[in-house]
Design a protein around this ligand. Structure first.
Ligand code: PNS
Length: 160
């Protein structure tokens, strides 16, 4: 039976930190699904199609990674639907653990699914989607922290 790992997130937009976790997950599992989870009641920065496309383009070289979007669903239900047996998340710092631990325990309580944490790559510790958006919106250069396509889309947002 093949082992499917689920890498969930808002991915608004995907960063090189996210992609590092997805790529490392691809080496650990038979298949990885990067799941873009979004709340239909909350307007994000990027359209869901854009978020999905950014990840697809950045993972095109990984044969066992695919991307899917889910609106307003519990992560455990997404995992069940996909047949995923493990959730994989990256941890940049202790604050990430404080945020992730209750969700990991709740998800295990709900269906028994385990969450595995990968230590975030040191060169991306400062990288989060929200910080990237803030820096880019004020003219900062985010090259090397997000895919070039995402950087260009952030620059385009500035002139809207
Ligand atoms: O990239 P993010 O915003 O840190 O991702 C958080 C996400 C989307 C993975 C998390 O909010 C989530 O799992 N949402 C789905 C709804 C859900 O299952 N909520 C209960 C979690 S215990």
């Amino acid at each position: 039976m093949s082992r499917i790992a689920l890498c969930p997130g808002s991915y608004d937009p995907v960063t090189l930190g996210h992609l590092d976790v997805i790529e490392r997950s691809a080496a650990l599992a038979d298949e990885v699904v990067a799941a873009v989870l979004w709340n239909p009641d909350k307007a994000g920065t990027f359209a869901i199609e854009d978020r999905v496309r950014f990840i697809e383009n950045a993972t095109a070289h990984l044969r066992n990674v695919r991307v899917a979007a889910f609106a307003g669903q519990l992560l455990v239900d997404v995992a069940r639907e996909l047949g995923a047996s493990v959730i994989v998340k990256g941890l940049r710092a202790e604050t990430d653990y404080a945020y992730e631990q209750p969700m990991a325990l709740m998800n295990r309580h709900l269906t028994g699914i385990e969450t595995v944490f990968l230590p975030g790559a040191p060169n991306f510790v400062q990288v989060s989607s929200s910080l990237i958006k803030q820096v880019a919106s004020m003219g900062g250069d985010v090259t090397g922290l997000v895919p070039d396509e995402v950087r260009d889309a952030l620059v385009a947002l500035r002139s809207r």
